[in-house]
Structures are given as C-alpha cells and as structure tokens.
Design a protein around this ligand. Structure first.
Ligand code: TXD
Length: 313
C-alpha cells in the first residue's frame, strides 16, 4: 500500500533504463518509487544508493527496491522496462519472444495489487509489447501507453538543434508510427520557432537527419558495445509520467491501441496523444498525405506481424 500521500510509481526492471527512470522520477519529485528486478539485491542496492542521494538533492521521495511485487501495491503508474536489451547486430524483433515471457510474468505480478494503474511500456519491441501488456492486464486502452515517440522526437529535435545551432527549446518535432526503423517523421509539421523545418534545412540534408534519427538507437548500441541507450529513454518515460501525474493534457507521441484513428484498428501505433491523469485523454488527429499514410501503413503492418507471432492478434 501507499506509504505517503505522494503518487506511487513502480518501475519494473532495475537495469539501465529502469534505474535511471527511478532516479529521474525521484529527482523530479514525481512520487515514491518501487524498483523491481529479478536479480537478488540489485534493486535494493540501487535504491539504497538513490535514497542516500536524497539529502544532497533535497527531495523526500521514497525509493524501495524489491525482487517481488508485494511492495508495489497501490501504484498509480507502472513503468515496464524489464527485458533484454539489444546487442550489436540484433534487431528489436529478435527480442520478441524472450521479452514477451518477461512482460507476461511482470503483468501477472504487478496487476493484482495495482488494478487502477497506468502502464507506461518501455520494453522492446515496443509496440508489440504494449499490445501484449494490454491483453495481459485487461486494462482499457486509456491506461496502456508505449514510450517510443517521445524518444524518437527527442532524437530528431536534438539533431535539428545541432544542425541549426539553436536551442532545443525552439524545436517541435512531430514523429508518428512504430519505434526506430518504422518511424514516420512528419517534417512539414516539425518546426523551429514556429517555422517549418523544411524551410530551414535542404531536403537532402533533412533526409540524412531523418535517417540518423531512425537509426538513433543502433548508433548508440554500436558505440556502447554492451547495452543500449538509457539516458534519453528514461527522460522520455519520465516526461510521460509527469504529463499523467500532473494532468498536463500535454500532447506527446505515444504508442496507443488504435480504434480507427489514422485509418487503423486493433493495433498499437505511435500517434500524438493528449495525456492526463487518466492516461490517454484523446488522440490528436491530423491530415496525412498519401505517402505519409503509406509509411504509417507499413509501420502498422510490421507491428501486426509481431502481434500475430505472439498469438494475441
Ligand atoms: O524507446 C524505447 N521504448 C526503448 C526501449 C529505449 C531504450 C531501451 N528499450 C528497451 O528497454 C530495451 O530494448 C529493453 O527491452 C528494455 C530495457 O533496457 P535496459 O537498457 O534497461 O536493459 P538492462 O539494463 O539489461 O535491464 C533490464 C533489466 C535487468 O536488470 C534484468 O535483470 C531485468 O530487466 N529483468 C527483469 N526484471 C523483473 N522481472 C523479470 N522477469 C525480468 N527479466 C529481466
């Protein structure tokens, strides 16, 4: 149960993304955190370390590590990061079956104690794992959100800011579709201080930036050699938690279960979502050009294939 009046957030998976998410949640004073991992002692040790940084940072959020789910009861949000990360040369889809088992086990553990939580899915392959979490939790679509679009948009924004040597705060990037290779960047809706980026960067150069964004995860995997990106992914998951817990009604690109929006039904796909205290408040629909619709269709198809393999279509 809750031990304070603060929101309670469970982070499943105490690896790179999970532990950094726990740290960012507490440092942003968003709530008390329970960090769950199967590795004995690890989430407890990391949380003890985080607890000991609280006096220096001046926050009162409680952080508790656990190898089970008893302590997670009454969570407002569950951030799911448990799973295997990609190794060099490995695709996100290679992770499919291994991570499906992990997602199933985690949902079985966490849902009974937190039947009203909002799930923020991070585990890859993102869109398919989010769909699996919705099936396993039996939650309505409003309470199962996938994190990928915020990260892809952040990468795109960072590269545009670097290219033009302007503040990242001036960039509003707009990315749809699946995570990574299937991402559909809407460059004409991407702006720099309100000006479409297509008027500021030449098409060939912009295409290179889009490509680098698409491969943004792989670029980091090949540099790190072990493990994948976690600073920007954790920041992105925390931005979603902030929008939810503070009922911001903020429009962020998230993977959600589509029921006819953007011409798709019965599949998780990244679209602009208004997030508030209930999770998904509404989907923000914009008119797409035929080529953009086609790209989104390709994205949907690859998610549908994975979902079929999992037998949850
Ligand atoms: O944009 C996105 N959605 C992503 C997704 C961005 C970055 C990372 N993305 C994916 O998140 C990545 O492909 C992985 O599927 C997850 C977690 O990545 P992370 O980098 O944190 O991986 P780690 O460091 O290997 O941590 C995974 C932890 C590790 O400590 C395991 O012991 C734990 O998950 N784990 C479990 N915890 C609880 N319960 C179970 N069953 C379990 N199995 C493994």
């Amino acid at each position: 149960m809750k031990t304070s009046a603060r929101p309670k957030i469970t982070v499943i998976g105490g690896g790179n993304v999970g532990a950094t998410t726990a740290m960012r949640l507490a440092e942003a004073r968003l709530g008390d955190v329970v960090l769950v991992d199967i590795v004995e002692g690890m989430p407890q040790g990391k949380c003890l370390d985080l607890v000991q940084s609280a006096p220096v940072l001046g926050h009162d959020c409680r952080l508790l590590g656990s190898n089970g789910y008893d302590e997670t009861a009454g969570s407002d949000i569950v951030v799911m990061t448990a799973g295997l990360a990609r190794k060099p040369g490995m695709s996100r889809d290679d992770l499919l079956k291994a991570n499906a088992e992990i997602v199933r086990a985690a949902m079985k553990g966490v849902i009974p104690g937190s039947p009203d939580a909002i799930i923020v899915m991070v585990t890859n392959p993102l869109d398919a794992m989010a769909q699996l979490a919705m099936v396993e939790s039996k939650f309505p679509r409003e309470r199962v959100l996938g994190m990928a679009g915020v990260l892809d948009s952040a990468r795109f924004s960072a590269f545009i800011a670097m290219e033009l040597n302007v503040s990242v705060s001036n960039i509003q990037a707009f990315v749809l579709g699946g995570h990574g290779d299937d991402m559909v960047p809407l460059t004409r809706y991407t702006t720099v201080a309100g000006v479409p980026v297509t008027e500021l960067i030449k098409p060939e150069r912009l295409a290179q930036i889009v490509e680098r964004t698409r491969k943004g995860g792989a670029e980091i995997v090949s540099l790190l050699k072990t493990g994948s990106a976690y600073y920007a992914p954790s920041a992105s998951a925390v931005q979603m938690c902030d929008a939810i817990l503070n009922d911001r009604k903020q429009i962020l690109p998230c993977a959600v279960y589509l029921q006819g929006e953007y011409g798709h039904r019965g599949v998780f796909l990244g679209v602009p979502c208004k997030l508030g205290r209930k999770g998904l408040d509404s989907i923000f629909e914009v008119e797409l050009r035929p080529d953009e619709k086609e790209a989104l269709g390709r994205s949907a198809k690859s998610v549908e294939e994975l979902v079929k393999v999992l037998g949850i279509a």
